[in-house]
Design a protein around this ligand. Structure first.
Ligand code: FE
Length: 200
């Protein structure tokens, strides 16, 4: 069974921010945020277990969802999505604003944020699923929200034609070579070989 229908699902793009118990602030790019119940509102957020944010949120039970706008530049995706907070302080040298839960809020390129408190957790294998309630929220402006489709069409750089190999459909990373190993994991965004396509 081919997985191609999965690519027809629409997603938004967010920066998920968190703060470890010892005060380290972190942020990651996330496309798996959905409201799944109301009165009270409940959201689900799925995070790859390889991400440092997964461990922080599992421990602290707190995160912010920063809703990105269409004017967010590719450099923002590089900053939050192409490095791990284990190795790098993604807020180094910045004046950081935090919501009441002590978790950072992005200063630009967002139209709103929500502070979430984790009430339940489900182990999904590759990912951990956080079921959350909203503890705080604000809308900053009415700019359109960044979707995955908009990112692919307008933000992500196009691969250079001269390269030979496979390109990650998620982040644009290029694997150079004639065959892509089946168990290959994108070093940038951690997506599997099935998310790569040959460069034409
Ligand atoms: Fe990738």
């Amino acid at each position: 069974m081919a997985n191609s229908a999965l690519y027809k699902i629409g997603y938004g793009l967010y920066v998920l921010t968190s703060r470890s118990a010892d005060g380290k602030m972190n942020g990651m790019i996330c496309n798996t945020v959905s409201q799944v119940a109301s009165s009270p509102d409940r959201l689900i957020v799925s995070v790859n277990k390889n991400n440092y944010s997964h461990d922080i949120i599992k421990e602290t039970k707190a995160m912010n969802i920063n809703c990105l706008t269409e004017d967010a530049p590719f450099s923002l995706f590089e900053k939050y999505g192409f490095a791990s907070g284990r190795d790098k302080d993604k807020f180094a040298g910045e004046q950081v604003f935090c919501s009441a839960n002590g978790v950072p809020i992005l200063g630009a390129y967002i139209n709103s944020f929500m502070s979430l408190k984790v009430t339940d957790y489900s182990d999904l294998g590759s990912h951990g699923l956080f079921i959350c309630e909203i503890t705080d929220q604000a809308v900053m402006n009415d700019k359109p929200s960044m979707t995955y489709a908009y990112y692919h069409a307008n933000v992500k750089p196009k691969p250079e034609k001269k390269s030979k190999g496979f390109v990650c459909k998620v982040c644009g990373y290029i694997y150079e070579g004639d065959t892509l190993p089946e168990d290959f994991i994108c070093p940038i965004c951690k997506h599997p070989a099935s998310d790569f396509e040959p460069i034409k």
